[in-house]
Design a protein around this ligand. Structure first.
Ligand code: CA
Ligand code: CA
Length: 205
């Protein structure tokens, strides 16, 4: 039998610790991965279309994003405040892969808070050697979700290190790392020519 290590809701963990000192997490009511043929998956949402708060804003000043931009502003000045909140319509109750497409050009792992199903979970977002801000990574967390419309938030809490950019999310099956824009994941990818080219005309002879 497969043993899961996912963290359950905070209140459940606290009760378990108080009882015995051993973390014996109660099994969530919906502890089964959703199947590959679940209707509506993958459910993909762009960060620039989500609800932004606390200084988070839309930008387009790095390449490789999907949709019409990405969300930045997870900077020190907005520590404890910046957030992006997605509204997702979860098709069925179960365990999902929640993919975050992000950029981290700092060369070291940064953290954000992911709040899904009422659980505030600190997630680690690695960088890579030579990764600039136009290079996009995909991070997947396993989340247990009830069916129906609900909010998923990424937030720069005061115990996070922030300083990443967020492009999009995808709610999908566990192990599927697809996201919007994943077919062109590098800094060299670009969907269309620059609408305002500068200096591209041939010189007049
Ligand atoms: Ca947090
Ligand atoms: Ca985007």
């Amino acid at each position: 039998m497969r043993t899961t290590t996912r963290r359950a809701a905070g209140i459940v963990a606290a009760l378990a610790l108080g009882g015995s000192g051993t973390v014996a997490l109660a099994a969530p009511a919906t502890a089964a991965p959703v199947p590959d043929d679940t209707p509506g998956l993958p459910l993909e949402l762009e960060a620039e279309d989500a609800v932004l708060a606390g200084g988070a804003g839309v930008n387009q000043n790095h390449l490789g994003y999907s949709g019409t931009g990405f969300v930045d502003g997870f900077i020190l000045d907005h520590e404890g405040e910046a957030s992006v909140t997605f509204t997702v319509d979860v098709p069925v109750a179960g365990d999902y892969g929640l993919n975050l497409r992000y950029a981290n050009g700092l060369g070291s792992t940064m953290t954000l808070s992911q709040v899904a199903n009422g659980e505030d979970r600190q997630i680690e977002l690695p960088s890579g050697v030579g990764a600039g801000w136009g290079f996009w990574f995909v991070h997947q967390e396993e989340v247990a979700l009830e069916a129906g419309e609900q909010e998923i938030t990424y937030r720069y809490d005061s115990d996070d290190t922030g300083n990443v950019n967020i492009d999009a999310i995808a709610l999908t099956t566990i192990g599927d790392l697809g996201t919007p824009g994943a077919e062109r994941p590098t800094r060299t990818a670009r969907r269309a020519p620059d609408p305002t080219p500068v200096g591209t005309r041939s010189p007049t002879c």
